[in-house]
Design a protein around this ligand. Structure first.
Ligand SMILES: [Zn+2]
Length: 288
């Protein structure tokens, strides 16, 4: 079996950091040299965190990463993006502090993306897969009609072509600017997942920080195998809302990946460094 013949490539030693050069670069790019870990609250040297695949060296909290970095870390050099022409529409003429239309234009410019998910086709150590990655920087990775439609098409293509589907989730939940149309994406996607499962094709989900609301209640939790990144927040409503509603102290680690693993809600916690290797192992065991 190819799996056992794989060579283990040793990690390269770190290059020494030139502090003066880094300070100048940070000033030039208007970027802070330090970041605070949202899990252990430690002040960390940004470059060190970046070198560590954006994982906190003190507590192993996995910071969010860009879609491009995720593709580079997880897939072979074979990624082809799919369904790039689907664009969101402001059919409700929704307005809060600003119009949905204006918010979309602003977010599209800032992120250079048409909506909050990127779908594509690629391979993981030679195993072909269909792939979706949420972009949290696009309106909190919210599930609107475009995200729902793209993931549905991906799942239907998986069923048709017998290709496993992997979805990396990072979302605050449904997109309120699309009202009921956003909520109905949950059942639409659930229907497509059922279709994929009925065809005997695996559906894997990877829950990253944070996976909340309608996304956790549909796309994320319906995986055949549900994987989480260490310390990721996963739940429906956030802990503050729950605490205020039930008026009780929440247990330590509530809604974090480790707590969910302990209570049987996720199957595995896999670090970023191990993710590609682990996905390959799982796929080689379950793909027919
Ligand atoms: Zn930390």
């Amino acid at each position: 079996m190819g799996l056992f013949k794989k060579k283990v490539v040793p990690l390269k030693p770190y290059k020494k950091i030139d502090i003066q050069k880094e300070i100048k670069r940070a000033e030039r790019e208007d970027e802070s040299l330090w970041i605070k870990c949202s899990s252990c609250q430690e002040l960390l040297y940004r470059k060190e965190v970046e070198r560590n695949l954006n994982v906190c060296p003190k507590c192993s909290y996995h910071f969010p990463i860009s879609v491009e970095t995720r593709i580079a870390l997880t897939l072979d050099k074979s990624f082809t993006e799919l369904y790039t022409r689907i664009e969101p529409v402001d059919f409700l003429k929704f307005k809060d502090t600003k119009t949905y239309k204006a918010r979309l234009i602003e977010t599209k410019e800032a992120t250079n993306r048409s909506d909050a998910v990127v779908c594509g086709k690629g391979s993981i150590d030679g195993i072909d897969v269909l792939f979706a990655i949420f972009d949290f920087t696009f309106m909190g990775g919210s599930l609107g009609s475009v995200v729902g439609e793209k993931i549905t098409r991906l799942l239907e293509e998986g069923a048709e072509k017998n290709l496993p589907v992997i979805v990396f989730c990072a979302s605050g939940g449904a997109r309120m600017q699309e009202g009921i149309m956003s909520l109905m994406q949950m059942s639409k996607v659930a229907g497509a997942i059922f279709k994929l499962k009925s065809a005997g094709v695996p559906y894997l989900t990877v829950l990253t920080d944070p996976t909340l609301g309608g996304v956790s209640a549909s796309i994320a939790m319906l995986g055949d195998i549900i994987i989480a990144e260490p310390k990721a927040m996963i739940g429906f409503a956030g802990p503050r809302v729950i605490k205020e509603t039930i008026k009780e102290k929440l247990p330590p680690g509530f809604q974090r990946a480790e707590y969910l693993l302990e209570h049987g809600m996720v199957d595995l916690i896999v670090s970023r460094k191990e993710m590609k290797r682990k996905l390959h192992t799982l796929l080689s065991l379950i793909v027919a």
